[in-house]
Design a binder for this molecule. Structure first.
Ligand code: BTN
Length: 268
């Protein structure tokens, strides 16, 4: 169904494994990686029967509607840098989405934005989630799986998701071609990945990430297991941590692995 090498990339998505139906592309990617799949191998499914979200949640994955994919990476850098790959992919997804939007735009056309660290939102509602998983052997990264789910076409969400989830078609009034969207995302990811790899951090990408950050300058509630607190989000630092200015003017930097943030009045 999906021709290989239609990707405008050197590595990312040059080998594609396509599944009409699978439990989870992340689970399958782990198996492929364990069997030696190379850096850039891309697994794509039309439907998942056990799509996984972050924090043990499930990911709704109906057929014929959305994009579900997992990219296998074999980076040379240290394991503590791997969580930043999720932010790199968030940037790539936002850029890929923008590339399939119509050329002629009304002034109020809603752009894809990033809710730190890695949800993509349009009009404040989530259209994409990213689940990054890593295997470490003897202190080094064996592989990283970056799994992405994008709500592309109009769909009915489960009651508990209706307030926070949406799809591109509902927001934009157009059916984005899934293969084209995927190709744009892979191209953007490869370019951003290179800049990330060169520096070993997000120094080169920080400014462009913060431009897309929906939380920037807004009050956020930090859901820290040690205790919740509120502050104003000031953007990410070179390590991808979110700067939060507290009421007394003090700055804290929030690490994505430990906590999540919510808007004070809702999801963003
Ligand atoms: C989130 O909770 O926001 C992350 C959702 C990630 C979903 C994608 S769909 C493709 C890949 N396979 C999975 O099982 N999960 C990820």
């Amino acid at each position: 169904m999906m021709p290989e090498n239609y990707m405008p990339t050197a590595r990312a998505g040059q080998r594609i494994l396509f599944y009409e139906k699978i439990d989870s592309t992340n689970v399958q990617a782990k198996e492929e990686a364990a069997n030696g799949a190379s850096h850039g191998t891309l697994l794509v499914a039309d439907m998942q029967t056990a799509g996984m979200g972050r924090r043990g949640r499930s990911w709704e994955s109906p057929a014929g509607t959305n994009l579900y994919f997992s990219l296998i990476l074999r980076p040379d850098f240290a394991p503590d840098k791997a969580s930043m790959l999720t932010l790199v992919m968030a940037l790539a997804v936002a850029e890929g989405m923008e590339r399939v939007k119509p050329d002629e735009l009304p002034d109020n056309f809603p752009m894809p934005e990033i809710k730190w660290p890695n949800d993509i939102v349009i009009n404040g509602k989530k259209v994409c989630g990213i689940l990054t998983e890593m295997s470490v052997q003897e202190g080094a990264i064996g592989h990283v799986i970056v799994g992405v789910g994008i709500n592309v076409q109009k769909q009915a969400f489960a009651p508990q998701l209706v307030q926070t989830a949406t799809d591109m078609e509902t927001q934009w009034g157009l059916k984005a071609p899934r293969e084209e969207l995927l190709a744009h995302i892979m191209a953007a990811f490869e370019a951003y990945y290179k800049r990330f790899e060169e520096k070993g951090n997000l120094a080169e990408l920080r400014e462009i990430y913060n431009k897309r950050l929906v939380n920037l300058g807004r009050e956020v509630q930090v859901l820290d297991p040690q205790g919740e607190y509120a502050g104003i989000a000031t953007g990410i630092n070179d390590m991808g941590e979110l700067g939060v200015k507290l009421a007394d003017g003090q700055m804290t930097y929030v690490y994505a692995g430990e906590v999540s943030v919510r808007g004070i009045y809702g999801y963003v």
